[in-house]
Design a protein around this ligand. Structure first.
Ligand code: 6PG
Length: 482
């Protein structure tokens, strides 16, 4: 066997394509799969003639590698990753590196970094985005874990990653599970982008009575402007695709969305961190609601939709939907960045926000022109606290605001659900309000539970309790806390 630069375990579609990508960039790779038949088929097929060799056992694989050894796992997230780590650990020497490139939960990556560190080994948990084609020709790669391991892996990862304006869409993200955290937020944003596009599509189809072909033309046009992105591009393609009978295939697809969990993890993390990640979380719920197909069929009979009440001009409303989609997308990324900032502070991860935008600029599923604007906002102001404070996005939101409201109202008037578009607007209206209604909530909490409140005419941190009905004592709830 030749001495290889890297090993990869797990020859499903992402694994195979990453290996071919590495070989194309001059790296020598040893591959291993649990069923050797699959390895052999790969070696005799698409890997033929390339600097790729098969290992029949993990011992062979380990022995084929130059030191420090770099072994990448592209296997199902969860216990399979731990099983391979357990099998590899006794075969490795101090300083060797295990990389997990699956969609792993970030807390698992933090745990694995610590456990392997205690054994003198290094661990990198990395997000890899871009699907099959990205893996083959340039994914976005988001590595985190032991920083000591990064110099050894960097030349390989940055060579195979997508390039954007001469920069690799791959940079060190941070310690422990930071890489997988950022990939998780990427996936949450992916859910949000997909939901927004789907809402725009339904407003066009059912609100404006447009055909799939007409929607195709609109998305194609939008892809030439500020919404230019991979997801808008594939949406245009999907809408023009015909089934064997010549009808749009999209109309034959059951409206029950699947999910593998990364969007849900993002929502859970936002609740744990107290960050209002409303758009992404609504997008996860929208998939859950879509999956209740049978119940929806029943409910549709009981509560038939109200018919459109207002005549609108198609071109005018299309512009409103476009602007609403753009503004809501700004809110979604704002919320995603707020979440990452909170995670960075809680976990003490020095995240590089401009670098994250660059990693997402190319190769991944959410790649877009828009991410170039986020990157420039952070380049101009390294300590930017919130995307909505960047002049570029401030202007964009102000220009879109009125149309955004029209699009949401149009959905409401036509009984077309727009959870992402409208929750983004509700977030915006709350975020930019000097006064919200939480004074009443505080009063209610104090009324029924003596939970106390702060006063506008006294310094923050002074707590008051009122005997609202004249029969309670002056005991505050904190008295009862254990
Ligand atoms: C990527 C994608 C990918 C994700 C799928 C499916 O970055 O290439 O995010 O990692 O797993 O898109 O996700 P759902 O099944 O949850 O929609």
């Amino acid at each position: 066997m030749f001495q290889a630069d890297m090993a990869l375990i797990g020859l499903a579609v992402m694994g195979q394509n990453l290996v071919l990508n590495m070989a194309d960039h001059g790296f020598k790779v040893t591959v291993y799969n649990r069923s050797f038949d699959k390895t052999q088929t790969f070696i005799d097929g698409s890997a033929k003639g390339k600097s790729i060799q098969a290992a029949e056992t993990l011992t062979d694989l380990v022995n084929s590698l130059s030191k420090p050894r770099k072994i990448m796992l592209m296997v199902k997230a969860g216990s399979v990753v731990d099983d391979f780590i357990d099998q590899l650990t006794p075969l490795l020497d101090a300083g060797d590196i295990i990389i997990d490139g699956g969609n792993s939960l970030y807390t698992d990556s933090t745990r694995r970094t610590r456990e392997l560190g205690n054994k003198g080994l290094y661990f990198i948990g990395t997000g890899v985005s871009g699907g099959e084609e990205g893996a083959r020709f340039g994914p976005s790669i988001m590595p985190g874990g032991h920083p000591e391991a990064w110099p050894f892996v960097k030349p390989i990862f940055q060579a195979i990653a997508a390039q954007s304006d001469g920069d690799a869409c791959c940079e060190w993200v941070g310690p422990e599970g930071a890489g997988h955290y950022v990939k998780m937020v990427h996936n949450g944003i992916e859910y949000g982008d997909m939901q927004l596009i789907s809402e725009a599509y339904q407003l066009m189809r059912e609100g404006l009575g447009m055909s799939a072909d007409e929607c195709h033309e609109v998305f194609k046009e939008w892809n030439r402007g500020v919404l230019d992105s991979y997801l808008i591009e594939i949406t245009a393609d999907i809408l023009s695709f015909k089934d064997t009978d010549g009808e749009p295939l999209v109309d034959k697809i059951l409206d029950a969305a699947g999910q593998k969990g990364t969007g849900k993890w993002t929502g859970i993390s936002s609740l744990e961190m107290g960050i209002p990640l409303t758009l992404i979380t609504e997008s996860v719920y929208a998939r859950c609601l879509s999956a209740l197909k049978n119940e929806r069929l029943q409910a549709a009979k009981i509560y038939p939709r109200t018919l459109p009440t207002v005549e609108v001009e198609r071109e005018v409303m299309l512009q409103a939907i476009h602007d609403g989609l753009y503004a809501a997308k700004i809110i979604s990324y704002t919320q995603g960045y707020m979440l990452m900032a909170q995670a960075a502070s809680e976990f003490k991860w020095p995240l590089n926000y401009g670098g994250i935008a660059l990693m997402w600029r190319g190769g991944c599923i959410i790649r877009s022109r828009f991410l170039g604007e986020i990157k420039s906002a952070f380049d101009k102001q390294l300590d930017l606290a919130n995307l909505l404070q960047a002049p570029f996005f401030e202007q964009a939101i102000k220009e879109a605001e009125s149309n955004w409201r029209h699009a949401v109202i149009f959905g409401v008037q036509n009984s077309i659900p727009t959870p992402a578009l409208s929750s983004a607007l509700a977030f915006f209206d709350g975020y930019r309000s000097e006064q919200v209604s939480a004074n009443l909530i505080q009063a209610q909490r104090d009324y029924f539970g003596a939970h106390t409140y702060e006063r506008v005419d006294r310094p923050r941190g002074e707590w008051f309790h009122t005997d609202w009905v004249g029969s309670g004592g002056n005991i505050r709830s904190s008295t009862y806390e254990v």
